[in-house]
Design a protein around this ligand. Structure first.
Ligand code: PAN
Ligand code: ZN
Length: 191
């Protein structure tokens, strides 16, 4: 029986939208994702000025990364901008190309941008109650364009793996910026 995973449960608090217990938590501040923002000057100005804001945090329930298991997590993206670009996750491809994902939007508003290595591009506005299916091969980044936290539950195969390097190096082909007070999808000038 020793290699049989045990069932368990955790609880989602409908006020704070945090799950407890979780087995891993990570926080991403600006310094930790500085290469992911398109406006390198704005990033440098903030960091040089001693500002290193918390952009998002993730509460994860991870299983051993073997086929058949699923991981899940709550992501909380704080409102704010770096230059004109809204607070967002780094974004990634799943290393295992067949691995898909579900997002359940719990709080706030924003966008998800998605792309494939074959040139596919998609962007979808997100609001509370929405369920987003991220098909295999689509890189995904979530952006908070609102004034409150953007919080969502994600569920994905435990053996998916996360490739951040491709995005860090090349950026997303579409980014979401504040243009005259409105979230606007533009082509990434850096790409
Ligand atoms: C999510 C993301 C989470 C943080 O759980 O990992 O929102 O975004 P980054 O991983 O891009 O920093 C997910 O998509 N998991 O596969
Ligand atoms: Zn993912």
């Amino acid at each position: 029986m020793s290699d049989v995973a045990e069932p368990y449960s955790t609880t989602l608090d409908f006020k704070s939208w945090i799950i407890r217990p979780y087995n891993k938590k990570f926080e991403v501040r600006l310094r930790g994702m500085k290469n992911f923002y398109s406006d390198a000057d704005a990033v440098k100005r903030m960091l040089d000025g001693g500002e290193d804001p918390l952009i998002y945090e993730v509460y994860e329930c991870l299983q051993p990364s073997v086929e058949g298991q699923i991981d899940f997590a709550i992501t909380v993206i704080y409102p704010g901008k770096i230059g004109d670009e809204y607070n967002m996750t780094r974004g990634h491809y799943h290393a295992k190309e067949g691995a898909s994902e579900l997002y359940f939007i719990l709080q706030g508003e924003g966008f998800v941008v998605m792309q494939t290595k074959e040139g596919g591009m998609a962007s979808t506005p997100l609001k509370k109650g929405q369920i987003l299916y991220i098909a295999p091969r689509w890189a995904h980044r979530t952006i908070n364009t609102g004034k409150e936290k953007l919080t969502f539950l994600a569920v994905w195969p435990s053996d998916a793996g996360h490739d951040y390097g491709t995005i860090e190096e090349k950026g997303f082909r579409q980014i979401i910026i504040d243009k005259n007070g409105r979230p606007t999808v533009i082509e990434n000038p850096r790409v």
